[in-house]
Design a protein around this ligand. Structure first.
Ligand code: SPV
Ligand code: MG
Length: 310
């Protein structure tokens, strides 16, 4: 079910707030397995993270990660899970690019929405060091309203992402931009920050007067709790953008190094996911295709092909 689905009679943001007096939790993924794990854990949605996708392609998280790269991953994930997939489209591939084309592409592959940021093109990942230049706020607001007008599916959400704190422009500028993007029709507004201290973010969240729910990505201030976020009354969503991939990096590296050191895999078998976890998703797929019978003959056929060296 699409948890973000608005009622046709009310403004979407109001619906989201009134239907969900809790903060909806999204988390980053870059492939179907990651998205399925999030669904299994009960997350409300998947964040098709440009950073995760770039890392998985061995690319820099800048505008060289193409729309096709992000679209392909989003399409695969959206086809495999029933929770909504929010695509991180960066600047929308050019701050004067055709945003309608971006909306229709992501809408057509079943994404739940897109999130577009007001960094000037070419963008670079917000968490990397270096100064940031932002788009003109009025032009970006125009792009948000173009994006809103371009959607044909009423439940497709447009998130606008404010990078003023990342660029060091302060809370007032963040609030000014957030208001403009809210007035332009954004369904939710991400207030992003890359400082370890969450005070600046909290100040913005507390001062927000608009109707669109705010969104936080607490990568740099990970101890800010959901209970605290809910107490402010202005936050609709939290995005745990990359913790899943970082957990996988840590666990994979630890397991593979231990196998090297032990010269056998017995030492890791107790703490890595059981083989059954991996095979159960395969069985589910086979069951869906009605091919769960007669597995033995299929397996020996593939072994035979392998032995013949094909
Ligand atoms: C991402 O996950 O790609 C994001 C969040 O955009 S951040 O990496 O913090 O910029
Ligand atoms: Mg990104």
């Amino acid at each position: 079910m699409n948890h973000f689905q608005p009622s046709p009679k009310m403004h979407r943001s109001a619906v989201m707030k009134s239907q969900h007096d809790r903060v909806a939790m999204l988390a980053g993924a870059h492939d179907v397995l990651g998205a399925q794990l999030l669904e299994r854990c009960g997350y409300d949605g998947v964040w098709a993270s440009s950073l995760e996708i770039a890392a998985s392609y061995g690319k820099i998280d800048d505008d060289r990660l193409t729309m096709c790269n992000v679209l392909a991953v989003t399409a695969a994930m959206a086809g495999a899970v029933s929770i909504p997939v929010l695509a991180d489209v960066g600047t929308g591939w050019g701050d004067d690019g055709d945003v309608s084309r971006v909306v229709s592409a992501f809408e057509s592959v079943g994404a739940g929405g897109i999130c577009m940021e007001d960094t000037a093109y070419p963008k670079c990942n917000s968490l990397l060091a270096g100064s940031r230049r932002l788009s003109n706020a009025t032009s970006f607001a125009d792009r948000i309203s173009t994006a809103c007008a371009a959607r044909t599916n009423d439940s497709f959400l447009i998130f606008a992402r404010v990078e003023a704190l990342v660029a060091g422009l302060g809370g007032e500028e963040a609030l000014r931009r957030a208001s403009l993007y809210g007035q332009a029709g954004a369904d939710a507004i991400v207030i992003h920050a890359k400082t370890k201290c969450d005070e600046e973010v909290i100040e913005v969240v507390r001062s927000w007067q608009g109707t669109a729910p705010l969104v936080l990505i607490p990568t740099m201030y990970p101890t800010l709790s959901i209970d605290q976020m809910e107490s402010y009354g202005t936050i609709g969503f939290v995005i745990y953008a990359n913790q899943g991939l970082r957990a996988a990096i840590g666990a994979t590296e630890a397991a593979m190094r231990q196998i090297q050191a032990d010269r056998h895999a017995g030492g890791v078998d107790q703490w890595i996911a059981p083989l059954g976890d991996l095979l159960s998703t395969q069985r589910e797929l086979l069951e869906k295709e009605g091919r769960d019978k007669g597995l033995g003959s299929r397996q020996s056929f593939s072994a035979g092909r392998f032995e013949r060296g094909h």
